[in-house]
Design a protein around this ligand. Structure first.
Ligand code: ADP
Ligand code: ASP
Ligand code: MG
Length: 844
């Protein structure tokens, strides 16, 4: 056997086939994948495309029609397994080819038809023999697997010839000689070159159609280049013909920033370096075969990945050095069905040669290692291998370390399956700090546990091993974190009242803008109220969602709702509770514990039982999921955020005072004695400023709840029972129906007037005020304030909150403005949602 050159080799000068020196480089190599050749109309499209690329000589490497290689493999296995279904599958495959042939060639189909019939008769005979033997040897498997390329090449060639073009058809097995090397298939360039030169003496057409994927071995037997191997064939023939470029035609717009089936937002990459493309291919970007680049690399032949179905799109250009991109990471890949082997034991510490023994054992067992990590303590060596080879790998290591295992110097060779390797690739990663941090931050936010990490010395690739069930979520989270796609957030909204409706409206308006300007992709994927739910992508029609909820017959189940929102394939989930329900609030801790962020204007959690509030906080601290409720106090006003900022920056709270109820603010702004208080209440009710039962406002409970929320935010463990509340509902009317209450409210007017009179005599006005001191003493009730006081000068339904702190002692920090109404409340909720999004990495 001849000595084979390494993969990086290239054809010798004498193997050049482009003709004279003057012709060098005017060949262009084109490779068409199975998806580009799926049926007659696809083949016709390819023909047109080649014709339009006039002025070049073309070496055209083809794959089998889409799915044919899989079908041939399955056929061989089922014949070997004597599965009675194989003849039917065989007929189907033959008919598919005959149909394509007739459709494509019409009257001119006869010759190709006869050829196909003969080929399939031979295949049938082979399958019958295999069925008799009950086993298919490697040679038979490789031979049969490669037939699809012969069929498709014949069809394309005949089609091009029917256009009266001069085309030659080359069965690669006639010329391409390969061997088995340590790093995979190696090309015997010398033999191949001279065989091809000989063939070209008889075949000098300016177009040559070549079968991809197949070759012959040194003994002359048919063999294959590995799955997806026709990309490799394309590169080999590009090198042999000294083509100026290699165009790999497929069904996507080039190499994308991630597998588009897993990340639909993936974007095509205009350019890549050979190194980047190589890393991507090796780590599972199925769009090109890992060895594709080796034959063209040495000769600097640009490789273009292009879309047969969108030929005007420039696609991806792969060259020695690519345009640097703004982002350090260009693309991400995912390799599934991996397993992790761990060799662990004190005996390895400081003992030279342990790693070598590990890899030697794996090499001898012919197992390729995808990833290696060793902690600097040298306590363990971990390698990631393909799951299919993992049991064999474990046995090989157990055998290699048998003595140490027996002596207990190595505890175990453990195996974990069900893993995937996620890799981030980009030349720009080298020397850029923070890339790993961003990747791991994104994975942490998406609650993905990292099992092992590797970064190559080239810094072009960071790989992490993760559980396969987390893989898709991890990929999307990482993809978004490098701003390769928008940050995607799955949202569920609870409630069908005014706030929910306003929020949905605001979201509908903002979603396209956020997507465009802030790379934030908010997906409303569920809506429910106490009665029903809609579990669906509500998308841009969020405004209609309320209507859909009304019609929904699916009973609300909050657990099911949360599970739907918290889907595995989206990295982040947020539940927005716009209800006023205590029952909903009782789910927060579980949701937060599971990593679902919660945003709400519902006061139940913040002001409800202290132990529940503490559980919610603990769950949030533990999982990192955020709990935000700015809109519970002062609607859209930044009250809680201001308090947080004061405390977080080290200020010390002395007191909080304020008017927290828009309704009560409005009532006392108006109450000047000219009209009875009861009449003002009725007007407020008519204007929609009060709750349906105004006692809910007048009782002061709502104000007390807000005060509890602020107290807790300030770190004071206050409960609602500890707040001293002055109710404005006369005791005698507390138990009345709401109609009776409205009728009899005038009974309290006299007492109210007396209060007002007293205040006036002191030159003051009445306000319903909430107060908290630094010790947690909390009260809400009527207070007299002077005309200069900020509380005396509120407009309409304004809320006001005054923070007196060590820094703001003489002159308190004031937050004031409209503090009620669905629109401003929804805006407060929306602002919380955006804050959570920003914390998750959105560019806001
Ligand atoms: P062909 O039949 O043309 O050889 P393949 O199916 O082998 O096509 O490869 C193209 C497919 O690779 C695309 O349709 C896409 O689904 C998948 N793919 C996986 N990762 C990537 C990626 N990063 N960029 C582009 N395509 C990818
Ligand atoms: N037809 C072969 C396969 O399916 C080769 C290729 O398409 O590249 O793997
Ligand atoms: Mg392919």
């Amino acid at each position: 056997m001849q000595v084979l050159e390494s993969n990086a080799g290239h054809p010798r000068a004498e193997a050049r086939l482009g003709g004279s020196d003057a012709d060098r480089g005017d060949w262009i190599a084109h490779k068409f994948g199975g998806s580009s050749l799926a049926d007659a109309s696809c083949v016709r499209r390819v023909g047109r495309l080649l014709e339009q690329l006039s002025g070049q000589r073309q070496v055209i490497v083809v794959s089998a029609m889409g799915g044919v290689t899989d079908a041939l493999l399955a056929l061989t296995h089922s014949a070997a397994g004597r599965d009675p279904g194989w003849p039917a599958a065989f007929s189907q495959l033959r008919d598919r080819h005959l149909r394509a042939c007739n459709e494509l060639l019409a009257e001119a189909a006869e010759e190709s038809n006869a050829w196909l019939v003969l080929q399939f008769a031979q295949l049938e005979a082979m399958l019958q023999a295999i069925a008799v033997l009950g086993v298919a040897g490697r040679e038979a498997l490789e031979h049969i697997q490669g037939l699809g390329e012969c069929y498709s090449a014949q069809l394309l060639c005949a089609h091009l010839r029917s256009g009266e073009q001069s085309v030659d058809c080359l069965d690669a097995r006639e010329v391409l000689v390969v061997g088995d090397g340590d790093l995979g298939v190696t090309v015997d360039w010398e033999q191949t070159g001279s065989r091809l030169a000989e063939w070209r003496l008889q075949h000098d057409a300016p177009r040559v159609v070549v079968t991809g994927f197949i070759a012959r071995d040194a003994a002359g037997r048919p063999t294959i280049l590995g799955r997806n191997g026709s990309d490799f064939s394309g590169a080999i023939f590009a090198a042999l013909f000294e083509a100026g470029e290699l165009h790999i035609w497929t069904d996507v717009d080039g190499i994308l920033s991630a597998d588009p089936r897993l990340v639909p937002e993936a974007v095509p990459l205009p350019s890549l370096s050979y190194h980047e493309a190589f890393e991507l291919a090796y780590f599972g970007a199925r769009v090109i075969h890992p060895q594709t680049l080796t034959p063209v690399l040495a000769r600097n032949v640009p490789v273009l990945i292009r879309n047969t179905f969108n030929p005007d799109f420039p696609g991806t250009r792969i060259t020695a050095d690519s345009r640097p991109s703004a982002a350090p990471v260009k693309a991400l890949t995912l390799c599934a069905q991996m397993a992790m082997l761990n060799v662990e034991g004190a005996a390895m510490i400081g003992v030279p040669g342990t790693a070598q023994r590990v890899f030697d054992a794996l090499r001898r067992a012919d197992i390729s290692v995808v990833m290696i990590t060793q902690g600097s303590s040298e306590q363990s060596i971990c390698c990631i291998v393909r799951e299919a080879e993992s049991a064999r790998a474990q046995s090989a290591l157990q055998a290699a370390f048998e003595p140490e295992l027996q002596r207990g110097q190595i505890q175990a060779v453990t195996l974990a399956t069900g893993l995937s390797v996620l890799a981030a690739v980009g030349d720009g990663m080298a020397g850029t700090p923070g890339v790993a941090a961003r990747l791991f931050g994104a994975l942490a936010h998406a609650r993905v546990n990292v099992r092992a990490i590797a970064q190559g010395g080239s810094e072009r690739n960071i790989s992490v091993a993760i559980e396969s069930r987390d893989a898709e979520r991890a990929l999307r989270a990482a993809h978004a974190s490098f701003w390769l796609s928008p940050q995607t957030i799955s949202i569920g909204v609870i409630g069908s009242g005014k706030v929910a409706a306003a929020l949905l409206g605001q979201l509908t308006d903002a979603i396209p803008r956020l997507r465009r300007d802030s790379r934030l992709d908010l997906r409303i994927r569920g809506l429910c109220n106490s009665r029903a739910m809609v579990l669906d992508a509500l998308g841009a029609n969020a405004g209609d969602a309320v209507g859909r909820l009304r019609e929904s017959t699916l009973a609300c189940d909050l657990e099911q709702f949360a599970a739907h929102v918290h889907t595995d394939h989206l990295p982040h989930a947020i539940i927005i509770d716009c209800s006023a329900s205590d029952e909903v609030a009782s789910h927060y801790a579980t949701w937060l514990g599971n990593g679902i962020h919660v945003v709400t204007p519902n006061k139940q959690a913040g002001a409800g039982p202290l132990h529940r509030y503490q559980e919610i906080r603990e769950a949030s601290d533990h999982s990192g999921a955020r709990f935000r409720y700015e809109a519970t106090v002062g609607a859209g006003l930044p009250v809680i955020q201001t308090l947080r900022d004061l405390i977080d920056t080290g200020d010390v709270l002395q007191s909080i005072e304020g008017v927290f109820s828009g309704t009560l603010a409005w009532l006392f702004n108006r109450f000047d004695g000219s009209r009875p208080f009861s009449e003002l209440v009725r007007e407020a009710l008519d204007l929609g400023y009060t709750e349906p039962d105004p006692r809910d406002d007048l009782s002061g409970t709502d104000v007390a709840r807000k005060l509890v929320i602020l107290a807790r935010e300030a770190g004071l463990p206050v409960s609602i029972g500890e707040v001293e509340v002055e109710s404005l509902v006369p005791e005698a009317l507390a138990g009345a129906t709401s109609a009776q209450f409205m009728q009899r409210l005038a009974e309290a007017d006299a007492a109210m007037n007396a209060r007002l009179e007293r205040a006036r005599r002191n030159g003051q006005v009445l306000r319903y005020v909430a107060r908290l001191d630094s010790q947690g003493a909390a009260s809400v009730g009527l207070a007299e304030v002077g005309p200069e006081h900020a509380f005396a000068n509120l407009r309409l339904t304004d809320n006001i909150v005054q923070f007196t702190t060590r820094r703001y002692s003489g002159n308190p920090l004031v937050v004031q403005g409209p503090g009620a109404g669905p629109d401003v409340t929804a805006a407060g909720v929306f602002a919380d949602l955006l804050r959570v999004s920003a914390a998750l990495g959105a560019r806001l």
